[in-house]
Design a protein around this ligand. Structure first.
Ligand SMILES: [Ca+2]
Ligand SMILES: [Ca+2]
Length: 222
């Protein structure tokens, strides 16, 4: 009887551990907002994040239309853009700012500036704030597309297995590519999801480590 109980206990512990290691969930939401120069714009996720995960990968795929006012709205720029950011968990009850950037651009001689902040509030809803939007001519920006969040207990690219992505992982990856280390699990290290370990995966990890979230993981599919 004791052996059976011990066996069941081991089974349940193994199930819990394996469930923890592989636990992840993907959320996808439609994004649609419009903001004019002189005004602020805000987007809030329709549902909160689960704060207890080890990592949160955020990806936006947006079609953006930039227009200027000249009696009517005239399109001056249009295109598709993928953005990527991430943060670690657990997310504290106070929430957390994920990215905060001041953006300046020259669109056909019109100077545009704005502040964009991505953050999680105390109830774990994801926010994108656009504030201090100024332009030398009245402008508006319309964005439509999707936002995706992968909540996971796996830190992709973490070859050193310390639950963090940094220069150590980059170095180990370089050794792997040089044939000097045991090949890591493909699912963990194949950052662009093409089924191979190659220099592009190393570049993607490097971009993320140095904080170049615009190009890091852009081709990473989840
Ligand atoms: Ca690491
Ligand atoms: Ca790859």
């Amino acid at each position: 009887m004791r052996a059976v109980c011990a066996g069941l206990l081991i089974f349940f512990i193994a199930t819990m551990v394996s469930g923890f290691v592989s636990a992840e969930s993907t959320r996808q939401w439609d994004v649609s907002f419009q903001v004019q120069s002189g005004q602020n714009g805000y987007w809030v996720s329709p549902e909160p994040l689960d704060p207890g995960y080890l990592r949160y990968y955020l990806r936006t795929d947006l079609h953006t239309v930039v227009e200027m006012w000249a009696i009517i709205w005239i399109v001056v720029n249009e295109g598709d853009d993928t953005g990527f950011s991430e943060t670690w968990g657990p997310i504290p009850p106070a929430g957390r700012v994920i990215t905060q950037e001041h953006i300046e651009a020259d669109v056909d001689g019109i100077f545009i500036a704005l502040d964009m902040t991505t953050w999680v509030d105390g109830d774990y809803f994801l926010h994108v704030d656009i504030e201090n939007f100024t332009a030398t001519t009245p402008m508006r920006v319309t964005a439509t597309g999707t936002a995706r969040v992968l909540e996971t207990d796996t830190v992709y690219g973490d070859l050193v297995a310390d639950d963090w992505l940094d220069g150590q992982d980059v170095l180990l990856y370089a050794h792997v590519l040089a044939g000097n280390e045991t090949t890591p699990a493909l699912w963990l290290a194949d950052m662009d999801s093409d089924g191979y370990l190659h220099s592009r995966d190393l570049v993607l990890i490097q971009n993320f480590v140095v904080g170049n979230a615009v190009t890091a993981y852009v081709d990473w599919i989840f």
